[in-house]
Design a protein around this ligand. Sequence first.
Ligand SMILES: C[S@@+](CC[C@H](N)C(=O)[O-])C[C@H]1O[C@@H](n2cnc3c(N)ncnc32)[C@H](O)[C@@H]1O
Length: 191
Amino acid sequence: MKLQRVLQYAQQLLKDSIDEGDTVVDATAGNGHDTLFLAQLVGDNGQVYAFDIQKEAVDATLLRLLDHGLEHRALVLNKGHEDVAQYVHKPVAAAIFNLGYLPGSNHDIITKPATTTQAIEDLLKLLKVGGLIILVIYHGHPGGREERDTVMDYVSRLPQKHVHVLKYEFLNQQNDPPFVIALEKMKEFPI
Ligand SMILES: C[S@@+](CC[C@H](N)C(=O)[O-])C[C@H]1O[C@@H](n2cnc3c(N)ncnc32)[C@H](O)[C@@H]1O
């Protein structure tokens, strides 16, 4: 038995919660690895909405999709995930966030506490009952600790009747390893 690594675990959760034809969100497209993974899961009748504030990330994501012939399954938006409610109008089966900076790029452009929590809040409303939001929380970079603390505070206060909140973390790894938070919607929120 080998414990799943953090990124493997996040992908397993996506696999288990997404069916062909689903609408899903990659909140931080970056180099497009998760967007591609989601596009493979939703099939030709599904739709991925991918967000990133950096044009470089949008281009890298589109290129990755084109390389796999799957660009028709994703709408890659050069917009912040805090605008998700403006662009997504269908019930969402799953969403993923990889917090932090784009690997190999400008380390000063990072996800931020206020916009991340705004996007989580809006996605919780869009999520189907039984759907998942997955957060891969990187917190070793400047600004990462503040975002981690804000997000942890926000998710810890979510009402248990409506959302189950799970943390998956290796406790004895060095150098601030990332960890996973999974939010499972149990019940609609009152409007
Ligand atoms: C850790 S990287 C994502 C890695 C990506 N999932 C991949 O597969 O390569 C974080 C990304 O979040 C983006 N980002 C920062 N603030 C954002 C926001 N408000 N909305 C959407 N993306 C944002 C950054 O530009 C960066 O590309």
